[in-house]
Design a protein around this ligand. Structure first.
Ligand SMILES: N[C@@H](CCC(=O)N[C@@H](CS)C(=O)NCC(=O)O)C(=O)O
Length: 224
């Protein structure tokens, strides 16, 4: 198998971490999205979305990080994607929660507009309004994550066993580090992230991302 990926990407890191933690034989090919390699025909002809990650398993190609995580977990028969109908539904629910509800406001409302010039809104008022709106919504989502998903001293999102929802969700959560969000008001979230970071390959997989985080220190950010 081959994963087309990028070391900083929010969508790629959970897949790379799952591959590493489970020793899945899979070649990693970096598509340099910072230099536009995903727009080159060599890649865009394979993935017209022009996004990473993309998995190749023989002549089968799969995009979407959540779908790739499910495919890999199923392929290796991993307990991180439980077979039980209700447990699996819960994992799917959490993945959708992170990928749609939370990521929309956290990533595209709060973090990326502050970080990336191409996410900046066309004028200052719209830009500031977008961020303020997202800040508000993120606080609500974080409270739900803290008080509902992670209530009862749970180690991981769906219980005491790590699941692919933790891989996906923690990578999305991690982008808050790029704007130096302090999660002290959300102790259950802090505990959960601490548990995920104990996974054997977390630091290695996030090495380049951590370098990026270091480069954003000392600036003023709107956070939660
Ligand atoms: N929903 C997709 C999102 C993929 C995605 O947005 N990938 C980003 C990197 S995190 C990308 O390729 N960005 C390149 C660009 O926007 O030009 C998934 O979960 O795989």
């Amino acid at each position: 198998m081959k994963l087309y990926t990028h070391p900083v990407s929010t969508a790629c890191r959970p897949v790379m971490q799952f591959i590493a933690d489970n020793n899945i034989p899979c070649e990693l090919e970096v598509v340099d999205i910072l230099k536009g390699a995903h727009y080159e025909p060599a890649y865009s002809s394979k993935n017209p979305n022009r996004l990473v990650p993309m998995l190749e398993d023989g002549d089968f190609r799969l995009t979407e990080s959540a779908a790739i995580l499910r495919y890999l977990a199923e392929k290796i028969d991993s307990p991180a994607y439980p077979k039980d109908l209700k447990q699996r539904a819960r994992v799917n629910e959490a993945m959708d929660w992170f990928n749609s509800n939370f990521y929309k406001d956290w990533g595209y409302g709060l973090v990326y507009p502050q970080l990336f010039p191409h996410h900046k809104r066309p004028d200052e008022k719209t830009h500031a309004g977008t961020i303020a709106w997202a800040q508000d919504r993120c606080k609500t989502w974080l409270q739900v994550l803290n008080d509902h998903w992670l209530a009862g001293n749970k180690k991981y999102i769906c219980g005491d066993q790590i699941t692919i929802a933790d891989y996906l969700g923690s990578a999305i959560m991690s982008i808050g580090e790029l704007i130096h969000c302090d999660l002290k008001n959300y102790p259950n979230v802090q505990r959960w992230i601490g548990n995920v970071k104990k996974q054997p390959n977390y630091e290695k997989v996030n090495e380049v991302f951590n370098g990026f985080r270091a480069s954003t220190e000392g600036k003023t950010w709107a956070t939660v």
